[in-house]
Write a protein that binds this ligand. Structure first.
Ligand SMILES: Nc1ncnc2c1ncn2[C@@H]1O[C@H](COP(=O)(O)OP(=O)(O)OP(=O)(O)O)[C@@H](O)[C@H]1O
Length: 253
């Protein structure tokens, strides 16, 4: 996937993203980090084809994603974003099957077996017959992930996927994502607020501030105190934690 001079503004709003040009590394894990309001979620929505650039192009395999029909795009790109409650009455199994609709016409044509691997990968087997409304925030998050995986996408886009998860499930989700990336070669693009998590799991980072891509590259290149301080507008220290490695901390004035 390539972004060529992508700019975007919401209707009747000033320009938010300004001529973003970058290549998404295929088969890798990319995290987008930056302060609140920088334009990270908007960038993700543009890559998902949910929003159309005001100027510039996003190409997938040399074709503009705005010319790819929605159902065809859903077999290539899956999105896990902030959840809605529209599907609260549905069973977990059916919500996961809905992800598979990009490959079928009817939910009734999709067997339990067809989605079993996605249910297993997200550790939902025990919850498969429960309604979505009876689940905790973290459990629901895994259902949305399973539904996105059922699309069998080349690209998995996640907007703050750890929001509802406790420390244990945050680590577990990161392990699941790493496995999916390594075993199925899915390209993973996510917006993460926990920058230490982003630095640990990602092959590449995009640092965004005020709608501009300030830096891109491997985490090692981005462990730069001055760079991070200017992005987040705060004092930063990078410390060495035994048996963890480099850890970024904010030191208030
Ligand atoms: N639908 C919308 N209409 C108008 N403005 C919007 C809309 N969605 C987002 N914005 C504005 O665009 C800017 C960027 O929002 P975006 O959600 O992309 O930022 P972000 O970097 O993901 O922020 P956060 O870290 O707080 O989630 C913000 O100023 C936001 O208020």
């Amino acid at each position: 996937m390539e972004l060529n001079q992508v700019s975007y503004h919401y209707p009747h709003q000033p320009m938010l993203l300004n001529k973003v040009t970058a290549t998404i590394p295929t088969g890798r894990i990319l995290s987008i980090i930056g302060p609140n309001g920088a334009g990270k979620s908007t960038l993700l929505k543009l890559m998902a084809g949910i929003l159309k650039p005001s100027a510039g192009e996003i190409d997938l395999n040399n074709r503009s994603i705005s010319t790819i029909p929605r159902k065809a795009l859903a077999t290539k790109i899956a999105v896990v974003s902030q959840q809605n409650n529209v599907f609260d009455d549905m069973q977990v199994m059916d919500v996961v099957k809905m992800g598979r609709l990009s490959h079928h016409h009817l939910l009734a044509n999709i067997s339990d077996d067809e989605v079993a691997e996605y249910i297993q990968a997200t550790h939902l087997s025990q919850l498969a017959s429960r309604s979505l409304s009876s689940l905790s925030g973290g459990q629901r998050q895994r259902v949305w992930l399973a539904s996105a995986l059922a699309q069998d996408p080349e690209y998995l886009l996640l907007d703050e996927p750890t929001t509802y998860l406790d420390m244990h499930y945050q680590a577990k989700l990161m392990t699941i994502l790493k496995q999916l990336n390594q075993q199925k070669h899915i390209t993973i693009i996510m917006v993460l607020h926990d920058i230490n998590q982003a630095f640990k799991i990602s092959d590449e980072l995009w640092l965004v501030k005020a709608g501009r891509l300030i830096e891109t590259g491997q985490p090692e290149k981005c462990y730069n105190r001055d760079l991070l301080a200017s992005i987040f507008n705060t004092n930063i220290q990078i410390v060495d934690v035994p048996s963890y490695g480099k850890y970024i901390v904010e030191i208030p004035d």
